[in-house]
Design a protein around this ligand. Structure first.
Ligand SMILES: Cc1cc2nc3c(=O)[nH]c(=O)nc-3n(C[C@H](O)[C@H](O)[C@H](O)COP(=O)(O)O)c2cc1C
Length: 413
């Protein structure tokens, strides 16, 4: 029996992954930038948010499904792009794509991939997006055009342009472990090999821990040879000009990943962006930015329903998902949680993580008095700092637009 079958939450899956992986590999996944303040804040912010259940509702059955750009999804939990799945499993992206498809979940394939994009697409289903790091010479429109044509031809139907990686964040765990992007694991990183026999035997056979980001969006099978590059070459500043070029070339929905302030949103929408992803890259890039869920209400207010707002960072419980949805997110992404599952038990572990979160969402919705996600409204969230007197008067009910009041009150300062 694989232990992954028996874990009852994401935290326990994390523990399994921690035991399975050499410490430097676990650190690559787990770590954040500098003092990891934003990494911790992502979690703390969710922990501080409190519910106001709506009693006496008919919640005999609950519907967790959503629709995203016409795509039916089983739940609002999507899989974020992570460029290092091959560090934890030999079938890496193939396994994640297949698990997502089996669970009815959306998977965003990262630019940095260890398998060709069309192979990942073949392993997955319809709910497959692509995360773009523009090529280093994106001013060369022919190059960008070829990349985008290749991604589209491989079957990816929406693009998430990541904009928070002008350089790689200062991840001190990796520096201490002498690991640089693109990740290359060497024997010296596996000093404690005997403690992780399964991982180590795959590593020694060359099936794991190498080849990360080698293929990138330049899938071999697509034969865009001239564009071959490594993930490291893809980490560079993205400008408004780049965004405009991508928008002009990409025929499908275009989302921008890494938004942390509301005032950029009108301009982004004006440039033709179809969705906003509030993200601080899981605390891996700029340390000292707020938790994403604290920024969310102000972004939702600025976007004013024109395009969907999505969020990632620190989601570890179904209740976190419900909190984000209540504060205006259409859907959320998880990064580390599915990598824990992948490390612990491959695709089955990824599916287990998705199932656990879905069960928690279901229970949370029932106890809140919500039969569907449309019922998950801002009034279910208690305004932080409301006094007992206000609470007794019912003044803690957040009025529309969602927690704009709390945003002004300093949550997002
Ligand atoms: C190991 C790892 C690799 C990542 N690689 C990428 C990447 O290549 N591109 C990207 O846009 N985001 C990347 N991210 C960020 C995730 O897409 C996502 O924003 C973040 O993991 C969400 O936070 P969470 O891990 O707390 O769920 C990566 C995150 C992790 C943990």
């Amino acid at each position: 029996v694989n232990g992954a079958d028996r874990v009852v939450n994401v935290l326990e899956m994390r523990e399994l992954a921690r035991r399975r992986l050499p410490r430097p590999v676990f650190d690559i996944i787990e770590g954040g930038a500098d003092d990891e303040i934003s990494l911790r804040d992502n979690r703390r912010a969710f922990e501080r948010i409190q519910f106001r259940p709506r009693p006496l509702a008919d919640v005999a059955s609950r519907d967790l499904s959503i629709d995203l750009f016409g795509l039916p999804l089983a739940s609002p939990v999507c899989l974020a792009p992570t460029g290092a799945a091959r560090l934890v499993h030999p079938r890496a992206e193939l396994e994640v794509a297949r698990a997502a498809d089996a669970a009815g979940a959306l998977y965003v394939q990262a630019t940095g991939t260890s398998f060709p994009l069309d192979e990942v697409a073949a392993a997955g289903g319809d709910a497959l997006w692509f995360q773009l790091y523009t090529p280093a010479r994106s001013a060369d429109t022919a190059e960008l055009d070829a990349v985008i044509a290749g991604v589209w031809a491989a079957g990816y139907r929406a693009l998430a342009l990541t904009i928070d990686t002008a350089v790689t964040g200062n991840r001190e765990r990796d520096r201490r472990n002498r690991i640089a992007v693109p990740y290359r694991i060497r024997p010296r990183h596996v000093a404690d090999a005997l403690v992780h026999p399964r991982w180590t035997s795959e590593f020694l056979r060359g099936n794991i821990g190498s080849g990360i980001g080698r293929t990138g969006y330049m899938a071999n099978a697509l034969k865009i040879r001239a564009l071959e590059s490594r993930l490291s070459a893809s980490i560079h500043p993205v400008t408004w000009d780049d965004l405009r070029r991508v928008r002009a070339l990409w025929p499908g929905p275009l989302l921008v990943k890494g938004i942390m302030r509301p005032d950029e949103c009108p301009r982004l929408i004006g440039e033709g962006v179809d969705g906003i992803i509030v993200s601080n890259h899981g605390g891996r890039q700029l340390d000292g930015v707020p938790a994403t869920v604290e920024v969310l209400p102000s972004v939702v207010e600025a976007v004013a329903g024109q395009v969907p707002v999505l969020l990632d960072g620190g989601i570890r419980r179904g209740a976190d998902v419900v909190k984000a949805v209540a504060l205006g997110a259409r859907a959320v992404f998880i990064g580390r949680p599915y990598l824990y599952g992948l490390a612990a038990a491959g695709g089955a572990g990824v599916q287990r993580v998705l199932r656990l979160l879905a069960e928690e969402i279901d229970i949370t919705m029932a106890l809140l008095g919500c039969a569907s996600l449309a019922d998950v409204t801002p009034d279910l969230i208690r305004t932080p700092g409301a006094s007992p007197v206000e609470l007794a008067r019912g003044a803690h009910a957040v009025s529309a637009p969602p927690v704009a009041a709390s945003a002004r009150g300093g949550m997002t300062k």
